[in-house]
Design a protein around this ligand. Structure first.
Ligand code: AMP
Ligand code: MG
Length: 502
């Protein structure tokens, strides 16, 4: 509960991570900024967290969101973690530009971190300045809140502020601070930090903390650490399937960006595909395409193997027993991913859940659609959305077909699809409604994010940012006044590369 008296900002922090042993973090206050100003406060999220939006938007609240003031009950810390970045292991990364203010219990009873990102240097900053440029702050706000509206597990954005200070990147940029909310900021890389130091006690303490916080059912399992591993694997399988079902490319699936609670975290060089192609890569730092769209399940599995390795000392009485537990836990990942992705794809094209014997033929139908989309450079999002229109009324087939370029004609496929739909009898309008509920019309398109950033950074104009956030709060609804935001980029608007915030 927050007091409504701005002069007396009290938040009911309960800081379980700060109660862990000292070697898990360093106590670190944010560094004040010159001139904090609120860009946007997420009122609805604040209320869900039991915080008072009026107090947060007051001078005292904005000062807290900029790192200029420590609310009572806050115990600011920077957490230790390690991580494999593009396959290479860094034993000491840690929060170099983020500071955890504390944890609150939301109205849903779930504990969440409130963290500032861009709040100044910490002992983990190495050569970085601990700051964030305004562009990446806006980008994370837009994309993480869109994820929430899609219903995909994600960290959230509680607020964004400008700092009045300049940060030096390729060019000088205005600075910003994002207030990030997450079920926790514990990553595979947090486990790796202690495993790399052979600090088995710390791995056990961390595992017990994660079980209590994120996987409470595991506590009563015959082997709680095996149950934890099973749980983390299952949530990652489901998460990656959900990313792929909306054409999302994370871009930096390093183990330090793989959160063990199963939320999407770190929206740096991420991007949504416009034209579909399975090998799409956006990130400027991903030169070898390690984190390409269709590689994401394999990379998640690779990250989970790294996670399992950290748990080996806890998994069995001896090393052989531990390794067989880990292998047994990892084995279902591919099947879990395929099941979630496959059933999601069926829903996307309007098919009912099916017994395994018809799935084979349906899988071929779906694969043919993807092949056509790739050959015709069809827009991923609009392909499925217009297919929903075609399910309602074959007169919409023409609008679907215009998405395909280079002489690719989807008409024969549409005929096979309709033939298949006839054996799943559903009233066409009902099927279309079901399809629209899983196929968003609005996604955070790169060129729109870019335009919102350019307007804010170059012209101090936050209207395009606010408009994008507002429209993306209802991504499945037709919003006639905002139809332009549903469109793919014109050739001169295409964003070829995305950059991380550093
Ligand atoms: P990320 O790219 O957010 O996954 O960050 C990877 C690592 O680099 C983490 O340890 C971050 O804390 C650190 N880092 C990123 N940007 C900065 C910065 N501007 N100053 C200090 N550390 C940073
Ligand atoms: Mg990160």
């Amino acid at each position: 509960m927050t007091s409504t008296n701005a002069a007396d900002l009290v938040i009911a922090f309960d800081n379980s991570y700060a109660r862990l042993p000292d070697r898990f973090f360093v106590r670190q206050k944010p560094t004040p900024v010159s001139k904090p100003a609120l860009i946007r406060l997420n009122d609805a999220l604040a209320r869900d967290l039991g915080l008072d939006p009026v107090a947060l938007a007051s001078d005292a609240g904005i000062a807290m969101l900029a790192g200029n003031r420590i609310a009572s009950g806050s115990q600011p810390i920077a957490a230790a973690y390690a991580g494999h970045q593009f396959g290479g292991f860094s034993p000491a990364l840690g929060d170099g530009r983020a500071i955890l203010l504390g944890e609150v219990i939301g109205k849903d009873g779930i504990r969440r971190d409130i963290q500032l990102k861009g709040s100044g240097p910490t002992p983990w900053s190495r050569r970085g300045d601990g700051r964030a440029a305004l562009g990446p702050v806006l980008r994370e706000y837009i994309v993480s809140e869109a994820f929430s509206a899609f219903g995909i597990p994600t960290t959230r954005a509680l607020a964004a502020v400008t700092t009045g200070d300049v940060v030096l990147r390729e060019t000088p940029m205005p600075g910003g601070v994002l207030t990030r909310v997450a079920q926790s900021h514990i990553r595979v890389g947090t486990f790796q930090y202690f495993a790399a130091r052979q600090d088995v006690d710390a791995v056990r303490i961390l595992a017990d903390h994660v079980i209590a916080r994120h996987y409470p059912d595991a506590a009563s399992a015959p082997n709680p650490y095996r149950a934890l591993l099973d749980g983390v694997i299952a949530r990652q399988a489901s998460l990656i399937a959900q990313w792929m079902l909306i054409g999302f490319i994370h871009g930096v699936m390093n183990t330090d960006n793989c959160q063990v609670a199963g939320e999407t975290i770190d929206f740096g060089p991420c991007a949504f595909m416009d034209a579909y192609h399975p090998e799409t890569v956006f990130s400027s730092i991903d030169r070898n395409g390690r984190y390409a769209f269709s590689s994401q399940p394999a990379i998640a599995h690779w990250n989970l193997v790294r996670f399992a390795e950290t748990l080996l000392p806890l998994l069995g009485d001896d090393q052989d027993a531990a390794i067989s537990e880990a292998q047994a836990a990892l084995e279902p990942f591919a099947g879990q991913f395929e099941a979630a992705y496959g059933s999601g794809l069926r829903r996307k094209i309007g098919l009912a859940p099916a017994p395994a014997f018809v799935v084979g033929e349906d899988t071929a139908l779906i694969r043919e659609l993807f092949d056509l989309m790739a050959a015709g450079r069809a827009d991923f999002t609009l392909s499925f959305r217009r297919l929903a229109d075609a399910a309602a009324d074959p007169a919409a087939d023409a609008a679907f077909a215009t998405l395909f370029q280079g002489g690719v004609d989807p008409a024969p496929w549409l005929a096979r699809w309709r033939e298949r739909l006839s054996s799943d009898p559903v009233v066409p309008a009902v099927r279309a409604t079901q399809m629209r509920a899983v196929n968003p019309l609005f996604i955070p398109r790169n060129h729109r994010i870019e335009q919102a950033i350019v307007a804010a950074v170059g012209g101090d104009d936050f209207a395009p940012f606010h408009r994008l956030v507002d429209v993306l709060a209802r991504p499945f609804d037709d919003q006639p006044g905002n139809a332009d935001l549903a469109l793919p980029p014109e050739p001169d608007e295409i964003v070829q590369e995305t950059f991380c915030g550093t």
